[in-house]
Design a protein around this ligand. Structure first.
Ligand code: HEC
Ligand code: HEC
Length: 198
């Protein structure tokens, strides 16, 4: 799948984020931390950028787990000026907890994306067979250990599935065989299925 717009949005929000970086590291003020996230992830985590994931409405457990993973460099970061690893590098456990709780209280707000209806139908069948057990209701339910797939940014999902497949992001043990069973076109179909949620 081609994702031609990656990079531009990040450049724009890196500039904004640069202003608040110094305060974010020292102040215990959650509002400031949360505002720094909003410069990329949108207000309340309702991202409208194609390459930045929506994070509002995720569970606090998953959010804090992901932020810790970025802090410990267990999740890969993009090679941009400001990436997630840098964002959280000076966060205390308490910063992570408070930020996670804030976004868990927000709504997961989707923005319609362009998708191919035929691929989306194929993707639904693949999802129902191998993914629905953990990512329930088409991946629209936030759980303690996973985020939301339904309506999440397609470019983001594509990138993360590549990270899993290349061994750059740890794959949950029971998800691994399901990913390995997929053919090449299957991933594209799955992404169009998740992108079809409005
Ligand atoms: C400079 C832009 C930028 C800033 C600032 C930023 N993020 Fe991110 N974030 C991203 C991008 C882009 C990704 C997608 C992963 C990637 O490409 O590295 C991401 C990924 C994430 C994820 C993983 C989502 C998932 O589905 O697993 C979480 C959680 C997250 N960010 C939370 C935050 C929080 C909380 C803050 C503020 C403390 C924040 N981000 C600040 C750009 C940013
Ligand atoms: C046994 C349960 C399980 C199954 C089956 C499973 N997953 Fe997952 N999946 C998870 C968990 C748990 C995570 C969160 C992993 C983490 O962050 O450490 C996850 C994460 C993901 C992510 C990253 C989302 C994000 O916000 O970054 C994608 C994409 C994904 N799964 C797609 C799939 C697809 C596609 C299938 C079916 C082919 C599938 N999963 C099957 C449990 C599962």
């Amino acid at each position: 799948m081609k994702t031609p717009h990656i990079g531009y949005a990040l450049l724009a929000c890196s500039a904004l984020f640069g202003l608040s970086l110094s305060t974010a590291a020292s102040a215990a003020d959650v509002t400031k931390l949360v505002e720094s996230c909003a410069s990329c992830h949108g207000k309340g985590g309702a991202s409208t950028e194609l390459d930045v994931p929506i994070i509002g409405g995720y569970s606090a457990e998953y959010l804090s787990g992901s932020l810790k993973a970025y802090k410990d460099k267990e999740r890969p970061c993009k090679d941009t000026k400001i990436d997630m690893c840098q964002v959280v590098k000076d966060f205390s456990d308490n910063d992570i907890k408070q930020v996670a709780e804030y976004f868990a209280e927000q709504k997961f707000v989707r923005t319609p994306q362009k998708f191919d209806a035929v691929l989306a139908r194929k993707g639904k069948a693949i999802h129902d067979k191998g993914c629905e057990k953990c990512h329930s209701e088409g991946g629209s339910v936030a759980s303690d250990d996973a985020g939301i797939l339904a309506g999440q940014k397609m470019a983001y999902l594509d990138e993360q599935l590549k990270f899993f497949n290349e061994g750059k992001r740890p794959i949950p043990k029971k998800m691994k065989p399901k990913l390995e069973a997929l053919g090449k076109g299957d991933i594209e179909a799955l992404i169009h299925y998740y992108g079809s949620f409005k």
